[in-house]
Design a protein around this ligand. Structure first.
Ligand code: ADE
Length: 228
């Protein structure tokens, strides 16, 4: 998979890809990440990427031309499955969207800034708009890093144990059950006895029940019916 990220702040985006699972995925060539500085696609001496709003109103708007030039240059090199714009008014990211995107070959991610981009970018160049939640960040970079992390860890081979992404919270629309490790007893805080029984079917049933109970309590909306 290849992800091209268009940003005015590439320096803000580098570090998440330089550690841990994302770094390993890049080193193992399971994913390529390319940053593109929007200012390299400007045509004026000031390298302007934004301007005031037509019709008046506070805040600057990112101009269509540098974004179009950058996306066109990328599209001239290869086909893209999606051109994603990170924006608080996009569809809220969830595990289903992350799963879908993890199957794609080439993706462009555009990070917004200021008030956002000229609507013509959204109308003509973007195929999908994604939000990471109902709050407003200073720019799309941190949101893009969140999206990339959620997607890249699902690419086969990225996680050491292939099953571990399958047992994540949300994969079956259920939250993950409680987990424990050594010691068995810490200050009298005990691990459930059943987990030492060696009875794997029983342990599996317990985990499924716990996942269901936790979901019912914390996120009944995931069960599709708040009355569960
Ligand atoms: N840009 C600013 N806020 C955002 C959000 N919540 N999700 C995605 N992109 C954003």
């Amino acid at each position: 998979m290849r992800i091209d990220i268009i940003t005015v702040l590439p320096e803000l985006l580098r570090s998440p890809f330089e550690a841990s699972i994302l770094k390993r995925a890049i080193d193992a060539k399971l994913v390529e990440i390319h940053f593109h500085n929007l200012r390299d696609y400007t045509s004026d001496n000031y390298k302007s990427i934004d301007d005031t709003q037509f019709g008046g109103g506070a805040g600057m708007v990112m101009m269509v031309e540098p974004i179009d030039k950058c996306i066109s240059a990328l599209k001239a090199e290869r086909d893209y499955d999606e051109v994603i714009y990170m924006t608080p008014d996009g569809s809220t990211l969830n595990q289903g969207i992350a799963n879908q995107l993890s199957l794609k070959e080439n993706i462009i991610v555009l990070c917004g800034h200021y008030k956002g981009v000229d609507q013509r970018v959204r109308d003509h160049l973007i195929t999908r708009e994604i939000s990471i939640g109902d709050f407003v960040l200073s720019g799309g970079e941190l949101a893009a890093a969140v999206l990339c992390d959620a997607v890249i860890r699902l690419i086969p081979g990225v996680l050491g144990n292939e099953t571990s992404a399958l047992t994540d919270s949300f994969q079956d629309n259920l939250l993950a059950p409680p987990i424990y490790t050594k010691p068995r007893d810490y200050k009298g805080w005990k691990v459930p006895e059943l987990l030492f029984s060696g009875n794997l079917p029983k342990i599996e049933t317990w985990r499924e029940e716990q996942a269901y109970l936790r979901t019912k309590e914390r996120r009944p909306d995931l069960l599709g019916d708040d009355e569960h």
